[in-house]
Ligand binder design. Structure first.
Ligand SMILES: N[C@@H](CCC(=O)N[C@@H](CS)C(=O)NCC(=O)O)C(=O)O
Length: 206
């Protein structure tokens, strides 16, 4: 299999971290530089029609896009360690949290950065700066809620590390770089402590 990624892009990082947590070896990484517009080439669009990374090329040549779909596929092929839930009930609750992390945390961070950062202007046209700034406020609302959750839970979906921690961590790291968002500087000590604990995992260094 081949995984198409772009350096510093947070969605490919989610898959890279998932692969590292599972200890999967042998998936070749192919770099598609978003910064050089390589993702919009006709060659890459043949693999990813909406010009997005990551994409997983399967051994039979099929292309699987969308981060969570790629993770579901890899969870099926490599069930251990389990990151998406053992039973239907656990799967549903982990999925609920993962979707909250993806839509309300990651999504608002991405919108804020894409609409306010000059470096993202080539990817996001037109940019709506007011919308971007309002999304930054939503990020802080969600972060305050998550900080409370983490005052009683060790991981975002409960008692153990799951895909939802990967989604949240990659989002917070993206915000750290391009929004200069540091939970600890905003009084969110639980979120900061969780982030620092996740950052110590070997998978966080991919
Ligand atoms: N929903 C997709 C989002 C993928 C996505 O937006 N990837 C970004 C990189 S993190 C991208 O390819 N951006 C290029 C662009 O928007 O032109 C997923 O979950 O994989």
């Amino acid at each position: 299999m081949k995984l198409y990624i772009s350096p510093r892009a947070p969605n490919p990082r989610r898959v890279q971290m998932f692969i590292a947590e599972k200890g999967i070896a042998g998936i070749a990484e192919v770099v598609v530089e978003i910064g050089k517009d390589e993702h919009r080439s006709s060659d890459f669009r043949a693999k990813s029609p909406l010009a997005k990374v990551p994409v997983l090329e399967l051994d039979d040549g099929r292309m699987l896009g969308e981060t969570r779909a790629i993770c579901s596929y890899l969870e099926g092929l490599y069930p251990e360690p389990n990151l998406m839930g053992e039973t239907f009930e656990e799967r549903a609750f982990i999925e609920m949290t993962d979707r909250r992390m993806e839509f309300y945390l990651f999504g608002s961070i991405a919108n804020c950065i894409r609409h306010t950062h000059p470096g993202l202007a080539p990817l996001e046209q037109p940019q709506f700066a007011d919308f971007g700034r309002s999304q930054g406020e939503k990020v802080r609302e969600v972060a305050r809620w998550l900080d409370e959750e983490l005052s009683r839970l060790p991981f975002v979906a409960g008692e153990r590390f799951t895909i939802a921690d990967i989604t949240a961590f990659c989002a917070i790291e993206f915000a750290r770089g391009l929004m200069k968002f540091r939970p600890g500087h905003e009084g969110l000590a639980n979120l900061q402590n969780w982030r620092d604990r996740i950052a110590e995992r070997a998978s966080a260094r991919v």
